[in-house]
Design a protein. Structure first.
Length: 317
């Protein structure tokens, strides 16, 4: 399978991005993915600039390969994080963005030689990102874990491919080579995976989190926050079910109050990733969790996915 010029420009062996998952995607995981030939991405999430800088330094100490940082634009520390990335332009090759418009930062990133690849959930947003100067977009369907949009990957990717003239990376519901091959048939030049890397040996997530993903079935996820306007896909547990119950009750009121939900959700991802709290943690995972059967190194994950996709696309047995 021949890499496109854009993927070659990133210095990749495999056209596979590791999702910039908040609290999960640290410098160690990003470096492991990049060393193995993919694009490792540090997830800034809501972390302050100093924390992100420490992770960038960790990644830099572990790899000489290109890696990226995901900037969550709604974070109160977004400006700090952007400054940190620009200060480390010799190390950070790519910035992916979510939850907002990166337009005001694009010129500075590009002047620093950093490629800008926003995550989008609609054709309209993809077109907007192309207009502000994005180098590519990640078209992410609602099958993915964490915060999601309304369209499925199968419907979203080809429509985005047809709508823009920049490269499209497919994400959401991709966990093996079959998903990658399908994404390429839809016109994508690469894929981004998150859930599969949750159980990478280099992933720092708590053993309880990994076990929950490995035990998951096809219907083990649910979407919380839909009524409140912030849909997020998570594994079913006590916390998620309680969240849905409160959310539905509030949605029936003339003047819904989601304050209790904000309190319930506050710190829930950290409690899942760091503490492994099965009762009050938010175990974000995509619908492909039911396909993830074992803990593997980042290198084995990349090789497995790419090899299977290559065989399918080349017609090899």
């Amino acid at each position: 399978m021949e890499l496109t010029p854009f993927m070659k420009s990133l210095g990749l062996k495999y056209p596979i991005f590791q999702g910039g998952m908040a609290w999960v995607a640290d410098g160690k995981l990003a470096a492991a993915v990049s060393n193995a030939g993919g694009l490792g991405i540090i997830g800034a999430g809501n972390a302050p600039g100093s924390v992100v800088e420490a992770e960038i330094k960790t990644a830099k100490s572990l790899t000489d390969r290109p890696f990226g940082v995901n900037v969550m634009l709604l974070s109160p520390y977004a400006e700090e994080v952007v400054k940190v990335i620009l200060a480390h332009q010799d190390s950070v090759a790519v910035v992916t963005t979510g939850a907002g418009n990166p337009g005001k930062y694009v010129a500075d990133f590009k002047a620093a030689g950093i490629k800008v690849i926003p995550v989008v959930g609609s054709v309209a947003l993809a077109r907007m990102m192309e207009r502000v100067g994005a180098d590519a977009v990640v078209a992410e369907g609602m099958e993915s874990g964490g915060h999601i949009g309304k369209l499925t990957t199968m419907a979203l990717v080809p429509q985005v491919v047809d709508a823009v003239n920049i490269p499209v990376i497919a994400a959401g519901g991709i966990g093996d080579g079959r998903g990658m091959a399908a994404a390429f048939m839809l016109g994508a030049q690469g894929v981004q995976m998150g859930t599969r890397f949750l159980v990478a040996t280099e992933s720092k997530v708590h053993p309880n989190y990994k076990k929950a993903v490995l035990k998951a079935k096809d219907a083990s996820t649910m979407v919380t926050g839909d009524f409140a306007g912030h849909p997020s896909r998570v594994l079913k547990n006590k916390m998620a079910k309680k969240y849905i119950k409160i959310e539905k009750a509030e949605a029936l009121k003339d003047k819904p109050d989601f304050a209790e939900l904000e309190e319930l959700g506050s710190g829930s991802l950290r409690r899942a990733v760091i503490d492994g709290d099965s009762d009050t943690g938010s175990f974000m995972a995509g619908e492909i969790a039911g396909m993830v059967e074992k803990e593997e190194s980042a290198a084995d994950i990349l090789n497995d996915v790419y090899t299977q996709a290559d065989k399918l696309l080349s017609g090899k047995n």
